[in-house]
Design a binder for this molecule. Sequence first.
Ligand code: M6P
Ligand code: ZN
Length: 205
Amino acid sequence: MELPLSNSFDQPATTVNVDSLSKNMITVDLSTGELLGSAVQNTVRILRDLQGIFRDETARLAMDPGQPIYRVQAFMPVPEGREGGLFWGTTFIEPGMVGDEYFMTKGHFHADRSRSEYYLNLAGRGALILMDENRKTRFEILERGSLHYIPPHTAHRVSNIGESLLSFLACWPSDAGHDYQTIATEGFSARLRKINGVPTLVEEP
Ligand code: M6P
Ligand code: ZN
């Protein structure tokens, strides 16, 4: 089948300013998930930032408050809150425990509950913890190459249940927003805890 060519070889080639192109270009290191490019935004969460997230506050306070827990890179080509755009990110979660809970993200509902998201795991072993609006909680295992659809109306958080750095890619709508407040006040209905060496979802009392 012949496809129409918009620019045949006997036409002068369009001039492209390579410098201006590369300034806006983002690349993904496909082995680690690291996003490279000047437009990438970085957020680091250390243990001090995660008050009220882990069950065992005594164990958290006994640890180095500067301990890095996770880091998020994001490419947000339109302003946050604008309808119709998409954001792209990578999250890196260190291996480790606070009491019997794995290092994990804060977790959130989308501020616009109708919005969904994809996660694609690149490295390490994790658990995606999902809770619907009836507070029914379940989890999915993240392993290299596993793709996870987070439906609308579903809170989500990720635990690193392995011994090495976990990294996963994410894609979400630019008008989804993050509702952390609901998790801060009500929490998830269950926590993923290491019980007899096994990640186990335990209902909160
Ligand atoms: C993924 C996306 C981001 C989110 C990040 C960390 O990359 O879902 O929107 O910010 O994980 O999760 P949290 O914001 O809950 O700490
Ligand atoms: Zn989200």
